[in-house]
Ligand binder design. Structure first.
Ligand code: IPD
Length: 264
């Protein structure tokens, strides 16, 4: 617990500095530096710069830890702690000037295999508006100094849900079929564009649930800890290949129904 709180404090300090840098670069104008696996899978110079800052700060504070970042890849550590980082989650929003993007930093333990990682600290910094979501394992989930709790039950009128679409065009028909299956239980469905914020919003009770196929560890590591620490469930199907897993997050009253519809 003491270690988790210590790691969280470090992640908060670095996420705030990183978020400030992202926000400053955004006001200076952002250009797409490269397209990665698909037209929606982009990187800006700011993504790279912000990740470099986070990586340097972590290496200075905890040189023996491992690192996995969306933009700069993985490095094994020797301490048993690995940092899992998305410097700007919601890069498409960021590039287009939509103020909904986040710095996501998680500290995980449990060896080299991401399937076995256990997040012990997680921070999601909604940088454009300065909202700081944070959790340490066993210490609850927080928005600033306010304790968070998921909505335990969806309302009678249906649940407010969010989803996202994978980058691989071959999976889009499946994404749309999933939405059609889930729609009957929903009041409405959002596509917010930043998975870490989708999860943080479930933790805060702003959304009743969230489902998406194909997330990577840096998309969900911090947000999933927020949901669990806010009393919710996160699960799904393990991926048959990297990025193929299904992530579902919701309170206890909705989780099983949403999972069944999402993975049918
Ligand atoms: C993406 C966003 C998006 C989600 C994608 C993610 P990125 O992260 O979280 O909402 O649908 O699956 O890859 O590329 O903006 O860091």
């Amino acid at each position: 617990m003491a270690l988790a709180q210590e790691l969280k404090a470090l992640a908060i300090e670095i996420a705030q500095e990183a978020g400030e840098l992202a926000r400053r670069r955004r006001t200076e104008g952002v250009e797409i530096a490269a397209t990665k696996s698909a037209i929606a899978d982009i990187v800006t110079q700011a993504d790279r710069e912000v990740e470099a800052l986070i990586r340097a700060r972590l290496a200075a504070a905890r040189p023996d830890d491992g690192f996995l970042g969306e933009e700069s890849g993985a490095e094994l550590g020797t301490s048993g702690v690995t940092w899992v980082v998305d410097p700007i989650d919601g890069t498409v929003n960021y590039a287009y000037g939509i103020p909904t993007y986040a710095v996501s930093i998680a500290a995980v333990v449990g060896g080299a295999d991401p399937q076995e990682w256990d997040a012990v600290a997680g921070v999601v910094f909604n940088a454009a508006i300065g909202e700081l979501f944070h959790a340490a394992k066993g210490g609850g989930a927080w928005l600033g100094d306010r304790a968070l709790a998921v909505n335990p039950e969806p309302t009678a009128a249906g649940a407010l849900l969010a989803t996202g679409f994978g980058y691989d065009p071959a999976t889009h028909a499946g994404d749309l079929a999933r939405i059609a299956r889930v729609m009957p239980m929903a009041r409405d469905i959002r596509r917010i564009g930043a998975a870490s914020l989708d999860l943080a919003f479930v933790a805060a009770g702003r959304l009743d649930g969230y489902f998406e196929r194909g997330l990577q560890p840096w998309d969900h590591a911090a947000g999933a800890l927020l949901v669990r620490e806010a009393g919710g469930l996160v699960g799904g199907l393990p991926g048959g290949r990297p990025g193929n897993a299904m992530t579902v997050a919701a309170g206890h009253g909705l989780f099983d129904e949403l999972l069944a519809a999402a993975v049918a």
